[in-house]
Ligand binder design. Sequence first.
Ligand code: S3P
Length: 428
Amino acid sequence: MKNMKLTPSLRSLTGELTIPGDKSISHRAVILGSLAEGTTKITNFLNGEDCLRTVAAFRLLGVEIGEEGSTLHIHSNGYSKFNEPTEPIYFGNSGTTARLMLGVLAGLPFFTVAHGDASLTKRPMDRVVVPLKEMGASFNGRNNGNYLPLAINGGELKGMQYTIPVKSAQVKSALLFAGLFADGITEIIEPAATRNHSENMLEAFGANITRQGNQININNGQLKATDVHVPGDISSAAFFIAAAAIVPESNVTLINVGLNETRTGIIDVLTDMGASITISNKQTVSGETIGDITIKHQNLRGTVIEGDIIPRLIDELPIIALIATQAEGKTVIRDAAELRLKETDRIDAVAAGLTQLGANIEPTEDGMIIHGANQLNGGFVSSYNDHRIAMMHAVASLIANDDVTIDDVSSVAISYPNFFRDLESICN
Ligand code: S3P
């Protein structure tokens, strides 16, 4: 338990901050770098606990991965030389490691057992297990293979056409990776655009992939080792974007942040709420758009967040809910029932925590309704061991009128090990 008491300061946030590497892209770089024969160098890799689970998984399969700060060197003999692991693979808290690795393990012609921590063990895996079984892999676990631990017999996959029933980049990616091993073409149809880092990186690694609208086709084939530079994570930047948006007299520039448009929903929503945001130094690095985001404090108004924008800001909804407590009028979030299936039930966790601090927020089946603007109070809140809930409360403490104590902040190491250091560095 790492209990943390944060004393309100109402210090403005000013200056520049370089945001650490993107979690989604770091996972994918390790996966494709390990599947490809040869040497892949990854720079600005996120050394968070989740991404290190993916590294550990490939080490168990026999891939040599060297770490030097935020640079990884992957030396792989290609997936045909992977070893059948003699011990279970541990995914920890990482839903992305779990879903994406199940796609890979489905394609490998051997037996594996995979397990996770208490939170991950409660999260549904059938969204990937059902289509992967249809492709020919075998999964055994509780509830017909819906929950970890899972026993997997992979290999001899067949391509298929599949319309994904949930808006999930993890499901899409698992099927794309399985498609690398399958006989024939795997055709995937998405119900709405979700983050497309897997597609971008598969192209960079020379996969046989084509995309048209919401359909992606992939054929089997070898990958070509390619160096990857990981952009800063907009989902981590979101906490400073929020802090600058709600703390008076703030003016912050976040450097080298990933601006892939499947991820920038938070910028669109904040702009709609009246925030002052400017983007500069836009460029493309390793197939991804990056740039600097400058945000200044400004009065905000409520908005409605629904429909196809949801996958473009799914991980930012907790911090957007906090921003909405400081906006005049009503903010409605709907079509976001997926939030109930994250590291914790983020609808209940956000509503309970912000209510505790004096916000007026109602949880609904698929989102929340927030009535602003309210002065936040101090209080004792829980992170529910969820990194994004812990960081949301840390930002809330900046505008509270008394101490905010968070029960346990150790989970920030999942996606942002130096979060508190970086926050302090821009608080005046
Ligand atoms: C992720 C996809 C999203 C997101 C998660 C990372 C990814 O999950 O919430 O943090 O890297 O593909 P879903 O696919 O469940 O929407």
